[in-house]
Design a protein around this ligand. Structure first.
Ligand code: FES
Ligand code: FES
Length: 171
């Protein structure tokens, strides 16, 4: 067993863990933070993505002991006082999820992208999220959500309401 001290979503935990324990299993099984799902356990699906010291990582490809002395943010650490972040709200408003299994990882990966590139274009969004698989949405609304969260018009989004018939339009 190895003693680790990890800050997760603002709380510091000290635990004895087996050196082979994956961070994903530590979060879920030891800390009960089941908001981070496991989809494949083989680094393919991205469902388990969390933030480790400011960079998104697939928590099934990181050992818990590698998080020793570091800060982890999970999907459960984003909302404050019940208020979603703009990115979470955009996923909701743009219907960027169906079953929701991929959503925590998508949001954590998209959050990392927006930190690096606050105004990504659709190609950059697709590239940044290529390690995150979704079996439901076809990705279109996920791209729209990330665009919306970055303050950009999502392609195909409903246009802003125009003037009413008979309403005077000023230049
Ligand atoms: S569970 Fe980690 S990448 Fe799929
Ligand atoms: S919403 Fe179901 S896997 Fe993405």
């Amino acid at each position: 067993m190895t003693r680790i001290s990890v800050n997760v979503d603002g709380t510091t935990y000290e635990d004895d863990v087996e050196p082979r324990l994956l961070l994903a299993h530590y979060l879920r099984d030891r800390l009960g933070l089941t908001g981070t799902p496991i989809g494949c356990d083989t680094s393919n699906c991205g469902a388990c993505t969390v933030d480790l010291d400011g960079a998104s990582v697939k928590s099934c490809s990181v050992l818990a002991v590698q998080a020793d002395g570091r800060a982890v943010t999970t999907i459960q650490g984003l909302a404050k006082d019940g208020e979603w972040t703009p990115l979470q709200r955009a996923f909701h408003e743009q219907h960027a999820l169906q079953c929701g299994y991929c959503t925590p990882g998508m949001i954590m990966a998209a959050r990392d992208l927006l930190r690096e590139n606050p105004h990504p274009d659709p190609d950059e969004i697709r590239q940044a999220l290529e390690g995150n698989l979704c079996r439901c949405t076809g990705y279109q609304n996920i791209v729209r959500a990330v665009l919306a969260a970055s303050g950009q018009q999502a392609p195909g989004a409903a246009p802003a309401p125009g003037p009413e018939v008979g309403e005077e339009v000023s230049a």
